[in-house]
Design a protein around this ligand. Structure first.
Ligand code: NDP
Ligand SMILES: O=C(O)C1=N[C@H](C(=O)O)C[C@H](O)C1
Length: 256
């Protein structure tokens, strides 16, 4: 928990303030008595507006091609960062870890998903994975999403893959020999991931777990972006007390 002294000086610069997530986050931060929104940036602004604003924290809700530059700027300036933007691959996180080693006082949270339901669904999937022969992920999003598979699906596959490896499970059974068009989906940490983009959808994910005679489906639906705001605020309030990189909001939750 952050102390009152720390929270009273929590000044947030929001990058991506004009986006779908950013617009919700502006309202969420403005509605929190212990947070002050000191800068709102879009693609038209220089990142120097962050430094000029006197921010202590940066909230990054941009696009995968821009997010690493935002985070690099913030860490170089000694600012704590909460990242919701997707696209933070193992390679990108390794580069960030190296940068953070030079700024050991700085905390960064990369949260592939801020919603508690989604975080729990991924956690449950990882717990269940060792008891089933097969597991596949279907992620379903609005058609404006620029990246696939979703950051949430990548994170979920990572947790499941680690759980299956720890249990020394073989690969999910699959006799496919001929798949010229990639119908079997992407393979992420040994888990097949299928990405659907459909008008009318927001953000949805199903983890299908199968073993002879039964199936378990773990599904999460985010119907609008209010689902993410409690997690955004939790991240902002906690990140300064957690130096280094935390990957996944579960790192700030007591899920044991
Ligand atoms: N972690 C989570 O729980 C969630 C994560 N996401 C992720 O958050 C990210 C944002 O999603 P969403 O709000 O839908 O995206 P939008 O496309 O609606 O918004 C993108 C924002 O990034 C800004 N931007 C683009 N380029 C730059 C730049 N060079 N410098 C500064 N700002 C820039 C845009 O500004 P402009 O208006 O000027 O173009 C806009 O404000 C995505 O990666 C998405 O996957 C989404 C939902 C939940
Ligand atoms: O772009 C989105 O909408 C979302 N992006 C995040 C992701 O890539 O997982 C989180 C959520 O799925 C919504």
């Amino acid at each position: 928990m952050t102390s009152p002294a720390e929270t009273s000086s929590l000044r947030v610069a929001l990058v991506g303030a004009t986006g779908k997530m950013g617009r919700y986050a502006v309202n969420a931060v403005n509605g929190a008595d212990d947070l002050e929104l000191v800068a709102t940036l879009s693609s038209r602004d220089s990142l120097d507006a962050i430094g000029d604003s006197g921010a202590s924290h940066v909230l990054d809700l941009t696009v995968p091609s821009v997010s690493p530059e935002v985070v690099r700027y913030a860490v170089d300036h000694g600012l704590h960062v909460v990242v919701g933007t997707s696209g933070w691959s193992d390679e990108r996180r390794a580069v960030l870890e190296a940068q953070l080693a030079e700024h050991p006082e700085v905390g960064v949270l990369i949260a592939p998903n801020f919603s508690i339901g989604s975080v729990l669904a991924s956690e449950f999937a990882a717990k269940a994975a060792r008891y089933f022969d097969s597991v596949e992920i279907i992620e379903m999003h609005h058609p404006n999403k620029v990246d696939a598979p979703s950051g949430t699906a990548v994170r979920t596959a990572g947790l499941i893959g680690a759980a299956r490896a720890a249990a020394q499970l073989p690969a999910s059974p699959d006799a496919t020999e001929h798949d010229p068009d990639g119908s079997r989906g992407a393979l992420v940490d040994g888990v097949r991931v299928h990405a659907v983009r459909l008008a009318g959808l927001e953000a949805h994910q199903e983890v299908l777990l199968g073993t002879p005679g039964q199936q378990l489906v773990l599904r999460h639906d985010a119907f609008d972006r209010s689902a993410y705001m409690p997690g955004v605020l939790l991240g902002l309030r906690t990140v300064a007390s957690r130096p280094g990189l935390t990957y996944g909001l579960d790192g700030y939750l007591d899920l044991s």
